[in-house]
Design a protein around this ligand. Sequence first.
Ligand code: OAD
Length: 256
Amino acid sequence: MERFCVRFARMEISPRLKSLLVPSTRVAVLTGAGVSQESGVPTFRDKDGLWQKFRPEELANMGAFLKNPKLVWEWYEHRRQIVRDVKPNAGHDALVTFENFFKEFTLVTQNVDGLHQRAGSRHVLEVHGTLLRSSCVDCREPAPSEYLENLKESDRAVCLDCGGLLRPDVVWFGEDLPGRIWDLSQTAAANCDLFFTIGTSAAVYPAAGLPLLAKETGAYVVEINPQQTEISRLIDEQLRGPSAVVLPALLKELRR
Ligand code: OAD
């Protein structure tokens, strides 16, 4: 496996990756919390990550929600507030340029913060849902977005149609990924020439299986992350560094 070190403006990439940075290459990308880290959104498993301070079993599954919906809503409202106060970073922006440059490009994200869309990415497959929507546990109706915007932490979030409990439209532990979005993600991974896994610990399946699927089906797989991950040794090339540095540096290598 090739391993390249990124030192800010100067980055060495392999000849193979260089040769793939042309418009006809079919590209798929999986992003995780690391991509938003430099915007100020905490990751989950790093030293200061959310799962170091909070317990997923109290906050991120249906049982916990039904037991204490107020606590769960407060936690998600806190995270929505963080996201409202931050901006996309240079890594998100670079992925917008990728979308416009490559003829076939699919962006799959595990992030629920909407920052790719705010940066200008037009087609984003949100495999873990989004913080920015909610729906009724009983009748499944989505709640109007203004309702969420005006919700205070102390309010009880209920469906305006049937009075059922509203839940955030994020995927909780033990739940399936949204079917059509997941199908499209797998199809993109299985049919690309170049796959980037960016800012994810690759610890949560099935999403973490996408780079491995891409590798099995013949794609060249590149990881962008300051740290080693569970799949680093299984893929083709590692670009060690923060995504807001590495991705803009890669833009300089795009060739028409
Ligand atoms: P993790 O917190 O597990 O991993 C974040 C990754 O980002 C780590 O590998 C870090 O090394 C890397 N990282 C940190 N700063 C970075 C930077 N500036 N640039 C690039 N990478 C950086 O987050 P995810 O892999 O996204 O699921 O976690 C996957 C899922 O676990 C989440 O979607 C969430 C969580 O439980 C649900 O809520 C369903």
